[in-house]
Design a protein around this ligand. Sequence first.
Ligand code: HEC
Length: 160
Amino acid sequence: MKTRNFIAFAMAGFFGLAMITSCGGGKTGDQSTTDTTAVKEVAAQPVPTAEQMAMGKTIFETPGKCITCHQATGQGIPNVFPNLVGSKFLLESKVLAVTQVLNGSAKVGNKTVKYPAPMPPQLASKEEAVAVINYVLNSFGNKGGVVTMDDVKDVVVDPR
Ligand code: HEC
């Protein structure tokens, strides 16, 4: 126990220090996701960046968005809102999942279960849709990899 506590303490200290150093680093670090170089780096990651996960979480938990139907657990409500945990559609059709968040499920085929109502369009920004799908791909026990902005470059966002 004692050793474990010490290790946890030491790690927290190290992490804190790393945070301080990286925050003080200004433009030299890779923390900026707004310039194109950083976006390319994000695209090369096998797991989403902390920034992308944070953005996805904020969107997911916004009242009226994903959490309202798919619930805080991501497990939805049986026969009404699908479970996102282990969802074959989500895990195997990442680009379609992003498309569905942008344009709603009515136009996206590939349904194995019939739900009483389609999922309405959620977001108009591809960057946000990619972030929230990366969040659900890597939350609630899912380890679903990543979808990149490049993967969805041919997806057309419906005018609304
Ligand atoms: C108004 C309720 C509602 C909201 C809000 C909502 N969804 Fe859905 N979602 C659904 C329904 C209903 C389906 C099933 C649609 C179908 O099969 O046609 C679905 C299906 C999905 C699927 C496919 C799952 C599967 O196994 O078929 C994913 C992934 C998904 N939603 C993600 C999201 C994300 C991410 C958000 C937030 C950006 C979101 N949903 C917001 C109702 C909702």
